[in-house]
Design a protein around this ligand. Structure first.
Ligand code: ZN
Length: 301
């Protein structure tokens, strides 16, 4: 079986007071966590730049600082975030601006850019009080913005990471591929959401299978799976044995049911499950080659 690509999703906008103090905030913390995850078996690191108090940071300078620090110590593939709807300028141009800036300089050019292929409500639900904490939060990704991202990301020579919260998102990926806006193999992230987030498929075998039933037909696809707001380990063996890849980290869930793990601890657990399933783990170079088979094995930076 092809090698397993493990992506460490180290921080998102997860706050430490949500339960795990190992969530990295500063450039130094993000870089050292990236190196530790690479040493544990991760091929890709997905991160959000944060201010020292944990609030979002969107400047290209912050992202280039982090990527330089990571590259000084590791060959892990780099997957920063787009700007989110917490930004003042959440136009398509504004959300992609730091990525376009980074891509101009080979030394800090990322490998992947996330494209969430649709829109969902992201108000947090409290199942104990049976109340939503907010009632207006929409993760909006208009079709025209996605077309802009696809065009600019291709021009910049980066690989789109196609995040899919439900079947409608998968249908968008298929349509964009038919329109010639995306190159194969399509790298798709099948998202399940649990506990506080209700916008995705539930983190169950049925939730996963519903995604898999609607992968773009007749197209070359590599898929990874993640659980936003929930524990992915219950599905890990099923994902790995069906040929999927794994995306996991403290950004999605504090994993306090395992104590106070670090991101690298989570990666080590996935590597152990992969070996039990008879699957080897891809290095960053092997992961890049699997996702970009027409290119040389040399990484872009
Ligand atoms: Zn993210």
């Amino acid at each position: 079986m092809k090698k397993l690509i493990i992506e460490a999703r180290i921080n998102e906008y997860m706050m430490r007071d949500a339960g795990n103090t190992n969530v990295p905030y500063t450039p130094e913390e993000i870089a050292s966590e990236s190196v530790a995850c690479r040493d544990a078996g991760a091929a890709i690191v997905h991160f959000h730049a944060r201010k020292p108090d944990g609030t979002p940071e969107h400047s290209a300078e912050a992202y280039s600082d982090i990527i330089r620090r990571i590259r000084r110590a590791s060959d892990i593939l780099v997957h920063p975030t787009l700007g989110y709807n917490t930004m003042d300028d959440h136009s398509a141009e504004g959300r992609l601006r730091h990525i376009v800036e980074l891509a101009k300089d080979k030394s800090v050019a990322p490998h992947f850019v996330p494209m969430d292929m649709g829109s969902i409500n992201v108000d947090r639900y409290n199942p104990v009080s049976k109340q939503f904490e907010t009632t207006t939060q929409v993760y909006a990704n208009p079709t025209g913005d996605l077309m802009y991202f696809a065009k600019r990301v291709r021009e910049a020579g980066l690989k789109p990471y196609l995040t899919c919260f439900n079947i409608g998102f998968l249908r968008y990926v298929n349509a964009f591929a038919d329109m010639g806006l995306l190159d194969e193999p399509l790298y798709m992230c099948l998202v399940m959401t649990d506990n506080v987030y209700l916008g995705g498929h539930p983190g169950t075998l049925k939730g996963l299978q519903a995604h898999l039933d609607f992968l773009p037909p007749g197209k070359r696809v590599e898929w990874t799976a993640m659980s936003y707001g929930g524990n992915l380990f219950g599905l890990a063996a099923a994902i790995i044995s069906q040929g999927g890849h794994i995306s996991i980290g403290l950004g999605d869930h504090p994993y306090n049911e395992l104590g106070m793990p670090t991101n690298a601890d989570l990666i080590r657990r996935i590597v152990a499950i992969a070996h039990e399933c008879g699957r080897e783990v891809a290095t960053p170079a092997e992961a890049w080659q699997l996702l970009n088979p027409s290119e040389s094995a040399v990484q872009p930076a």
